[in-house]
Design a protein. Structure first.
Length: 156
C-alpha cells in the first residue's frame, strides 16, 4: 500500500493561511498534512529582546496555542503542526524538501507596489526555490471565499 502524499501548508495566522489550510483539507483529504509556522528571530541588537531556549520554547507554545484556537472549527482533520525559526521562504522550502512534499499550498497576501518591494513576497521566493509544485491561492480569491462564507453566516 502506498504512503499518502505529503502536503505542506505555511501558516502565518492570517485569514489567507486559514483559507489555504481549508483548501488543502478539502482538496487533499488523504494527504499527510504538515502545517509549518516560521517565526523570524528577533534582532539580536534590540535591548528588550531576550533570546534563547526559554524564549524559543515559549514562542513555540504560543504559536501552537494560537494555531489550535484558529483551527478549532477543523475538528476531525489530522495534521502535523511545526514551528521553526528563520527566514520564512528558506525554511518552508527546506522543510518541504526534507519531507519530500508533493505540494506546497499557500496563499498570497495581495501586496503590490511599495509594500511588496519593502516586505517582499514569501510566496514568490518559495515558488522560485521549491523542488515541488506550489499551489498559490490569490488573495482576491481568498477574500471572495471569506466573503461568501460570511454572507452565508448572515443568511443563517
Amino acid at each position: 500500500m502506498s504512503q499518502p502524499s505529503v502536503v505542506v501548508v505555511p501558516w502565518d495566522f492570517s485569514d489567507f493561511s486559514a483559507e489555504a489550510l481549508a483548501f488543502a483539507v478539502k482538496n487533499h483529504p488523504h494527504a499527510n498534512l504538515h502545517v509549518i509556522c516560521v517565526l523570524e528571530k528577533p534582532n539580536p541588537y534590540a535591548s528588550e529582546m531576550a533570546w534563547g531556549v526559554e524564549f524559543e520554547a515559549e514562542a513555540i507554545q504560543k504559536s501552537i496555542d494560537a494555531f489550535n484556537q484558529c483551527t478549532k472549527n477543523l475538528d476531525g482533520t489530522h495534521y502535523h503542526f511545526t514551528t521553526l525559526f528563520g527566514e520564512p521562504a528558506s525554511e518552508i522550502v527546506r522543510f518541504s524538501n526534507e519531507l519530500e512534499a508533493k505540494y506546497i499550498i499557500m496563499s498570497t497576501h495581495g501586496r503590490t507596489g511599495l509594500k511588496k518591494w519593502m516586505l517582499g513576497s514569501v510566496a514568490q521566493r518559495v515558488t522560485e526555490r521549491a523542488n515541488c509544485p506550489v499551489i498559490l491561492l490569490p488573495a482576491v480569491w481568498v477574500e471572495a471565499q471569506s466573503a461568501s462564507i460570511n454572507s452565508m453566516e448572515v443568511a443563517l
